[in-house]
Design a protein around this ligand. Sequence first.
Ligand code: AMP
Length: 319
Amino acid sequence: MINKKDAKTLVKKIKGHENIIIVKHQLPDWDAQGSAMGLAHIIKENFENKNIFVVGDRLNDDKDFLPKKKLTNDFIKSALVITVDTGNKARLDFDKYDLAGDTFKIDHHIDVDKYANNQIVMESAIACTEVVTLWAEMMKLEIPAAGAHNLYLGLLTDSGRFLFPKTNPVTFRVAARLLEQGADLKKAHDYIFVNDLKNRKWSNFAFSKMTLSKHGVASIVIKKEDYAGWDLDYNEVKGALATMSGMHEIVIWFTVIEMENGQIKVSLRSRDYDVNSVATKYNGGGHRVASGASLNSFDEISSLTKDLDKLVKNGKEGK
Ligand code: AMP
């Protein structure tokens, strides 16, 4: 649960700052953007005279809280910077974070990096939007419909439609609250899960490249030339990951994606195994059964697979 003292500290800090910058992680997903936009709408609704900006890349053309021009250093120095859904400082999508007047972290990742002056971190939460919603509830703040919609998108995606292991009664209570506040179940589901034909064709192509170790570790390696000409953004390319879930024979699965900028990004998933313990060896982290990492070269894939095989050999509880 959220510590009430920390919840009140965040309210106090918001009250004490006219300028507020909300920062999410690089390569945002819907939990990052949903938390940021949801929080921005909550602050706008409940606190007067605030300049609120949500910085960094966006997943869609939502223009709310977008800075119209570059934020000045003086503005940043006077601002409270609230980070959402970002476990470690290196992944923040804001290169001027260190200039911030004050900082507050809201997150649900394994708490490896206490980089902000204050924080609310709830590792048991399936989504960061769950933490934002619980904070708002605890502080008796209004959640406007636009905020509820954004928060619900994070809950829906990070819980894999309420299927992933950390989904619990609190997740459903938060979902109910967000629906009561105006999130629209069908609109949200259609928005996230109805895709184009090309996405299904991509999934089929990507799955045809899947390899499986004898211990049940599946992987799909995607190089730039694989997605060239497909007209897919990063999250669509990453759709390959989901094609490996839901099969008895596959107990750990991961994608290796060569990004446009040459970075080699890994996404790891499992139903039962602590993939985070391996992700941390490869410049990564995240959650026990859903983590990310990055490789220095494709040559590292074989040692990554061996480490994951070892995890399976050691059993679900680990050794
Ligand atoms: P991804 O595979 O990118 O979808 O990430 C899975 C989870 O791990 C998400 O919650 C990410 O925020 C987190 N994550 C991804 N990459 C990293 C990283 N390099 N370091 C720490 N956490 C990460």
